[in-house]
Write a protein that binds this ligand. Structure first.
Ligand SMILES: Nc1ncnc2c1ncn2[C@@H]1O[C@H](COP(=O)(O)OP(=O)(O)OP(=O)(O)O)[C@@H](O)[C@H]1O
Length: 223
């Protein structure tokens, strides 16, 4: 049986005048699959992920996520698409300081029209899933780095999209936390049939994924 392709990026190129941010790159990721994007600093990992998230418009090529050609949507529609269908995780957790963990996780759901009580109940499920139930009523100032990143991951997973994109999610964590966070993302993807893309400099983390796209060889359109 054929496994559905969730992320289908074809010949995605980003240039700014004479500067190349990302050489033509293709990437297909199936349901439940985790792909690591690696490459030297400046090879375009963040740029590729921004194209997948709809935050950067490719100069040429196209990005289709779960059947929607994200690269052709208007900026407003892309923002909506991202909010409703894409879990995103960055190196910095980017939590709102004045909100509790439960409220931080619930926020994208509230923006998407979920009722407050329902969104908070849903956020409890995901805080529990990433092992941070004890933080639900606390604000980010009291969290450790690992805890903050786990709450950010709960926020991304709570969207229940078929795609999760993480840019250097473990870069500011110690080894044990980094491996645990990577395990969490990859296992979640397998269990929930989410297509997961993780940009990383971490060889061990890349080795935990199902496949590796090395942007050093991006012209060859691997993966
Ligand atoms: N807004 C911009 N204007 C000009 N050049 C840019 C811009 N954004 C990124 N670049 C350049 O594009 C290239 C790719 O950057 P990108 O951040 O995608 O690389 P990266 O592989 O993620 O790097 P790192 O591993 O250091 O995070 C780099 O040479 C960078 O300097």
């Amino acid at each position: 049986m054929e496994v559905p392709v969730v992320i289908d990026a074809v010949d995605v190129f980003v240039g700014l005048g004479s500067v190349t941010l990302l050489r033509p790159t293709s990437l297909r990721v199936e349901d439940g699959e985790a792909v690591a994007v690696v490459g030297p600093s400046g090879s375009g990992k963040t740029t590729l992920l921004r194209c997948l998230m709809g935050m950067t418009t490719p100069t040429s090529g196209r990005v289709r996520i779960d059947g929607t050609t994200v690269s052709s949507l208007s900026v407003a529609d892309r923002a909506r698409f991202r909010r409703e269908h894409l879990g995103v995780v960055f190196q910095d957790p980017e939590l709102l300081d004045e909100l509790t963990a439960a409220e931080n996780v619930a926020l994208p759901l509230l923006f998407s029209g979920r009722a407050r009580r329902d969104a908070l109940a849903h956020s409890d499920v995901y805080l529990d899933r990433v092992g941070t139930s004890h933080l639900r009523g606390l604000r980010p100032a009291t969290y450790s780095r690992g805890e903050a990143q786990r709450v950010a991951i709960a926020r991304a997973l709570a969207i229940q999209g078929r795609t999760l994109v993480a840019d250097e999610p473990t870069a500011s964590l110690d080894r044990d936390n980094a491996v645990a966070i990577a395990r969490l993302l990859i296992d979640h993807g397998r269990r929930e049939n989410t297509a997961t893309v993780i940009a990383t400099h971490d060889i061990e983390l890349a080795g935990m994924c199902d496949r590796v796209l090395d942007l050093r060889h991006a012209d060859a359109a691997v993966a």
